[in-house]
Write a protein that binds this ligand. Sequence first.
Ligand code: RIB
Length: 294
Amino acid sequence: MSDILTGVAVVGSANLDLVVEVSRPPRVGETLLGRAGGRFSGGKGLNQAVASARSGAPTRFCAVVGDDEAADVLQQTLAEAGVEAAVRRSDDAPTGVAYVLALDGGDNSIIVAAGANAELAREDAVAGVAGAAVVLAQLEVPVASVAAALRAGRTAGALTILNAAPAHAATIGMLDDVDVLVVNETECAELGGLDRLHASGAQTVVLTQGAGGVTLHRSGGVPVHVAAFRIDPVDTTGAGDAFCGALAAALSQGEAVEHALVRACAAGAVVAQHHGATTPELSPESIAAFLASR
Ligand code: RIB
């Protein structure tokens, strides 16, 4: 008899986001005055895990943080969202830090100092995905560990999702273990474009296009476009992560990809309307309210 797989396992980064609000990025050699925008829990992995849990799916998060005060902040966020934290504390490296420039109009530029994220080992990743129905990963942690998580998930019968962010050439070699690949237009181009992704084994590619919505590209199939919800964004940091987390949650609950994408767009819209990459405002109810408004 096979084991019953449940919930979502997210393998990825956890960062403390230090946000500065500024009208534009600085030029080389220039000092710009900005406004302190706050300190938030972040990291693509953590954001996605929180979004999955806040979308209603039992969720585990596998990550490595430092043994410091920043890690306490992140653990608190995970606990408040109801995420099961498979989070190891490193004695050697500090918690990852992201320096976020929150630009006028809601866009952002981000620099990440990986810190303890770089210590996430294959063993951590494989243990982290055991028993999950859906495995979700991104590329802010060592790619070998991501590959191991996807392979372990695939072998166990889980549905695997890779959000190839930031883009990394190693993505191509992982595609045989990926059921759903999520990329934005920049990442897609950096990986050689849709045709190359399909030719390299990607069966299902979700191309996110910001305010242009998302398009589902199945190998040999007709593209399916899902329009974005119209919003006035406050802070788009983590909106793409909320999309991925909510997508994983919906797929773990048996939704068809086409429907799951609409829910995921709604989750991204909720997060973009609030400061910080994770917001307690994200819930099955706030997602449902967006869906009802369409
Ligand atoms: O996707 C947004 C995230 O990217 C931020 O929270 C930051 O920590 C970086 O990982």
